[in-house]
Design a binder for this molecule. Structure first.
Ligand SMILES: [Zn+2]
Length: 363
């Protein structure tokens, strides 16, 4: 097992391997140090994210072939960009990257049972990787979650726990259960964000070892967003890129704490009360690593924008006409491209991760 040490991002206290939160101040955890990125350590004949295993503080014990998703050039209404097809991961969402690194870590520590809370994609991902690892998963979902997503969690062998009320209610119920078992949290586990870094490294490889000018991503808790931020930072530290891409965080009008914090210059977002939104995958009232998300936006010269339901669904439909089957949440950044193009100019190279499969939402 690789030797790692975890520390609290707020107070610096040391944490145990299976802790999901700081025992002293309740802050989120991170690795005390990361292995340096080395281009010559990439395993070129491994066609999954484990080609970067030397750069990850976790060992591969199981894989469903996650990562190495296509980067496709496309165009919507005259705006060209590259779409990173994260929805082609094993369970149809980008979450599989983080779930894979998290589950391999839990397996290394002999974990037999986990709980997780999710509106759908993370739940399906954790259920699938848990079952394939011989681990029992109890997934807490809002009773109002999309029926097709709930069905997928159950089909993968996850024990579904439906909780009435808001998105936050299922989190509260899960936290209660986490007092007596292992919390495999896509929002809290440092091993989850870890796997998301590999998306940045793939984009760099797929662009012939260059970075794009901008990454435009939907943000809920910001796991993938921070994966890009941290991944490109590792590349810059290794001298492999000169500049990190500008990071644009896009949220829905129905739940926009990060956008509000950028607008007001705050370091911590205000608590918002979500209103109806078609972007069900990013209804997060309290993003766990909000401070780091805000820092990443400001340090890279990025921005945060909000988009409405009509624009999101129109963007989803335009993607479909380009042969790209994204769920509405994944169309959120696409809906903001007009604003971003206006800011960056016509020549800027933009990468947009399409995070979740629209196949889950068709019925
Ligand atoms: Zn702490």
């Amino acid at each position: 097992m690789k030797q790692v040490s975890l520390i609290c991002t707020e107070c610096g206290a040391a944490a145990a391997p299976l802790d999901w939160q700081c025992a002293v101040c309740d802050g989120p955890l991170d690795f005390a140090a990361y292995p340096a990125f080395r281009g010559d350590a990439i395993v070129a004949d491994d066609f999954s994210l484990w080609r970067y295993e030397a750069m990850l503080p976790v060992e591969k014990r199981m894989t469903l072939g996650e990562g190495l998703t296509p980067l496709v050039e496309t165009e919507i209404e005259g705006i060209r960009f590259r779409a990173k097809l994260e929805y082609l991961n094993p369970t149809g969402s980008y979450k599989d990257r983080g779930t894979a690194t998290m589950m391999n870590h839990l397996r290394a520590h002999g974990v037999r049972e986990v709980v997780e809370d999710s509106s759908g994609n993370a739940g399906a991902s954790v259920a699938a990787y848990a079952s394939a690892s011989g681990i029992h998963a109890r997934i807490f979902v809002p009773a109002s979650a999309a029926p097709s997503k709930k069905a997928l969690i159950a089909a993968f062998g996850g024990e579904l726990v439906e909780v009435p009320g808001s998105q936050h209610a299922k989190t509260e119920a899960c936290l209660e259960a986490a007092k007596t078992t292992t919390y495999a949290s896509h929002a809290w586990s440092p091993y989850f964000v870890l796997g998301q870094m590999t998306a940045a490294w793939e984009v760099w490889e797929q662009m012939r070892r260059r970075a794009p000018d901008a990454i435009v991503a939907a943000v809920g808790h910001g796991g993938l967003f921070l994966g890009f931020a941290r991944g490109f930072r590792r590349l810059r530290e290794a001298g492999l890129i000169e500049q990190e891409p500008r990071l644009f965080a896009i949220q829905s009008e129905g739940c926009d704490p990060i956008v509000r914090a950028i607008e007001t210059g705050a370091d911590v977002p205000p608590r918002v009360t979500p209103t109806q939104t078609v972007a069900d995958g990013i209804i997060v009232e309290v993003p766990v690593r909000a401070r780091e998300v805000l820092r990443a936006i400001r340090e890279t010269g990025g921005e945060a924008f909000r988009v409405g339901n009509e624009a999101i669904l129109a963007a989803r439909d335009k993607l479909l006409r380009r042969g790209l089957i994204a769920e509405p949440t994944s169309a959120v950044p696409v809906a903001a491209l007009v604003q971003i193009r206006a800011q960056l100019g016509a020549d800027a190279e933009i990468v947009v991760p399409l995070t979740g499969s629209g196949l889950k939402m068709l019925v």
